[in-house]
Design a binder for this molecule. Structure first.
Ligand SMILES: Cc1ncc(COP(=O)(O)O)c(C=O)c1O
Length: 360
């Protein structure tokens, strides 16, 4: 009988053996400012209405496999034209997987770097080549380099996070349009942080058949639901729909999302509050010495320390009960970078006061 090591050697693809699992930090008991979640809960009355609806769910039944009502709600809530197709994902992570899975063998996926790590992680997992094109120093798209990389590699998919994670900025619209025009493949504008940016390419999806707009409800305040949606040309969306697993959006998610979209004004007001809090924290961090905080159109702030260690600050904050994200080296970021999610006013104050007392 072969040992498990020999089995792994024989059965598992080499690129998977080399991968690291996506690490999610344990956050129990900590002020959680690491994952770009919305810190606010729902008004009591809204919560009790939702619980009444939940009580009617029949968990013994499969969910509606095409989530018809939810798609309808998404269309009317977010103004998606009936000319465009919509495919739903168990989070936009799953949509990234569906997109890459659908592409022909031998093609590649491209994204600026640094950007959302799952583009590369999922490409690696599926044995698809990932090409990263470094951003300029000011985090704008390095257009000559990007256009050259498109010419050289002819990517099947280009992902542009708009605003970008972890740099928090919006790319120039003209640059994005130039990339859409230059691409032979599809261009996915990942609008995960759209609720905080007030900018979208959704209205361009009818002008360019190679343009797909991807959204998630995670940052809007529904991260626990795991729901993302991809919008684009109906013929293209139909292809992705074929490989979407039949029941990927569970009954509780469908019901809760439908309910939440009827109260979209509550979620929008929370997003507005988060933007106001972002500006307050940005100003407070900007006047501190020893760091650079970067402008943000998202619900987080990225900052780089000049004379302190990001690891040390991260650990000291954690000891004080606050979890933020230490950015890895070699991601194309300035040295000693940390990323903090905008929380409630009290959470931001606690973070700021603690950070100020820790910073050397
Ligand atoms: C740019 C970007 N896209 C997509 C996602 C994933 O979102 P979801 O929770 O829908 O999987 C994230 C999560 O942080 C993100 O930063």
């Amino acid at each position: 009988m072969s040992s498990i090591i020999e089995k792994i050697e024989r059965l598992i693809r080499p690129e998977i053996k080399e991968m690291q699992a996506y690490n999610v930090s344990e956050a129990t008991g900590l002020v959680k400012l690491d994952a770009m979640e919305n810190p606010f809960t729902w008004p009591e009355q809204m919560k009790s209405q939702w619980l009444e609806l939940l009580a009617q769910v029949e968990p013994n039944r499969y969910p509606d496999s095409t989530a018809k009502k939810l798609v309808q709600c998404l269309r009317s809530c977010f103004g998606i034209s009936s000319d465009l197709g919509v495919v739903l994902g168990n989070g936009s992570d799953e949509l990234i997987q569906i997109l890459i899975m659908a592409m022909k063998e031998g093609t590649c996926v491209m994204a600026p770097t640094p950007s959302f790590v799952m583009y590369e992680h999922i490409a690696n997992a599926l044995g698809v080549k990932f090409v990263g094109s470094p951003l300029s120093e000011d985090f704008s798209l390095d257009m000559p380099a990007m256009l050259e990389a498109i010419k050289t590699h002819d990517p099947a998919i280009i992902f542009l996070a708009y605003p970008n994670n972890p740099t928090a900025n919006l790319f120039e619209d003209d640059d994005v349009l130039e990339i859409i025009r230059a691409s032979n493949g599809v261009v996915v504008i990942d609008e995960a942080y759209q609720p905080f940016a007030d900018k979208t390419f959704l209205d361009k999806a009818q002008d360019f058949e190679q343009l797909l707009v991807m959204r998630t409800v995670s940052k809007l305040g529904l991260a626990g639901l795991r729901l993302g949606y991809l919008v684009g040309h109906r013929s293209l969306i139909e292809q992705f729909e074929k490989i979407r697993l039949p029941y990927n959006i569970n009954t509780f998610t469908q019901l809760t999302a439908n309910f939440a979209f009827q109260h979209i004004d509550v979620l929008n007001a929370q997003a507005k509050l988060i933007c106001e809090e972002r500006e307050i924290l940005f100003k407070k961090l900007s006047v501190l010495e020893g760091l650079q905080v970067f402008p943000s159109k998202a619900n987080f702030l990225l900052f780089s320390l000049w004379s302190d260690s990001a690891q040390r600050v991260f650990e000291e904050l954690k000891k004080a009960g606050i979890l933020i994200k230490k950015m890895g080296e070699g991601q194309g970021l300035p040295p000693e970078c940390l990323r903090v999610t905008i929380g409630s006013s009290a959470e931001n104050e606690r973070f700021f006061d603690t950070f100020k007392s820790i910073l050397k």
